[in-house]
Design a binder for this molecule. Structure first.
Ligand SMILES: *[C@@H]1O[C@H](CO)[C@@H](O)[C@H](O)[C@H]1NC(C)=O
Ligand SMILES: *[C@@H]1O[C@H](CO)[C@@H](O)[C@H](O)[C@H]1NC(C)=O
Length: 151
């Protein structure tokens, strides 16, 4: 290939590579806040059936490769959950100090893998509760990033 043709072909290729480079990290890595929402937020569901956990754990990709043992879904609007970041500061189970406990009780559903359930048949017990919840927050954007428990 002569030099002139090389430089004519090169610029478009260079642009394509830059675009791919720019797009790829967001596809590959889910932010902690987005992961929290995928795993724990279900604001619009009000009627919970016995098969809720089996369906939701699958739909939210928590039965990929293995069955996640326990998981809690929160049936409150995201702004109410984010507001917990300004409520009582408590110590997280892992010893970190960025956990907060909700001042009011929240509508939640606990999903727990049934004994004897074997991957890939992830069979969950569904339990609806009204409890105060504890979440971890990251300071910069006051985003909830981790579900620590309910009390
Ligand atoms: C949940 O409801 C809100 C308000 O009614 C609506 O704006 C939002 O799109 C709904 N979300 C989903 C995932 O259906
Ligand atoms: C679950 O994973 C599939 C395949 O990677 C993806 O297309 C889908 O958007 C994911 N669902 C959620 C709720 O993240």
């Amino acid at each position: 290939m002569d030099q002139e043709r090389f430089f004519i072909l090169f610029p478009p290729l260079f642009l394509v590579l830059l675009v791919l480079d720019y797009v790829q990290p967001s596809l590959a890595k889910e932010s902690r806040a987005k992961k929290f929402q995928r795993q724990h937020m279900d604001p619009n569901t009000s009627t919970i059936t016995a098969s809720y956990c089996n369906e939701m754990m699958k739909r939210r990709n928590m039965t990929v490769g293995r069955c996640k043992l326990v998981n809690t879904f929160i049936h409150e609007p995201l702004h109410k959950v984010r507001a917990i970041c300004f409520q009582e500061n408590v110590r997280c189970k892992n010893g970190q100090s960025n956990c907060h406990q909700s001042s009011s009780k929240m509508r939640i559903t606990d999903c727990r893998l049934k004994k004897g359930s074997k991957y890939p048949k992830c069979d969950y017990q569904t339990q609806q509760l009204q409890k105060s919840i504890i979440v971890a927050c990251e300071c910069v954007q006051y985003e909830t990033v981790h579900f620590d428990g309910s009390v």
